[in-house]
Design a protein around this ligand. Structure first.
Ligand SMILES: [Zn+2]
Length: 146
């Protein structure tokens, strides 16, 4: 089943909306970590229970799988990872939503209602997400979906 899913992801990645992008393996790993934090925050803040969720968790999960598969398929001697344009777009969209929610204060690392230092944590995470977004190529005029 996992193999089917991976093949499915691979098939979609083979027909991207633009040329594939190349990343250093450590950058791809960093993006996977950022997507994990984005999904963690979305879940912690009950985004999926909202009438209109801010984050498309399905896209975020596809991005995680796509990046993980790209890291797995990197040449054994290489540090360069090739990622489909669709996976890059899903990553960008997810991290932008994450950053927007943090900036607006809509999402918190702990939404319990009390203040016990999570604003500092959230500010640090927002700074990290802004840096992570700089790792992604800016979409060209033909790829504005992100
Ligand atoms: Zn709390």
């Amino acid at each position: 089943m996992a193999t089917t899913m991976m093949a499915d992801v691979k098939a979609r990645a083979a027909t991207p909306a633009g040329p594939p992008e190349h990343f250093a393996a450590r950058v791809a790993g960093r993006l996977v970590a950022a997507l994990g934090q984005a999904m963690l925050y979305a879940t912690t803040n009950g985004d999926h229970q909202q009438p209109v969720p801010a984050m498309d968790l399905r896209q975020a999960a596809e991005a995680v799988s796509g990046l993980g598969l790209a890291i797995h398929e990197a040449p054994p001697d290489g540090q360069i990872v090739t990622v489909g344009a669709d996976v890059v777009a899903w990553t960008r969209t997810t991290l932008r939503v994450f950053g927007d929610q943090l900036r607006a204060g809509t999402w918190s690392s702990c939404p319990c209602g009390e203040q016990h230092g999570q604003r500092d944590t959230d500010a640090a995470v927002l700074a990290a997400v802004n840096n992570d977004l700089l790792l992604l190529p800016t979409p060209g005029p033909d790829n504005t979906s992100g």
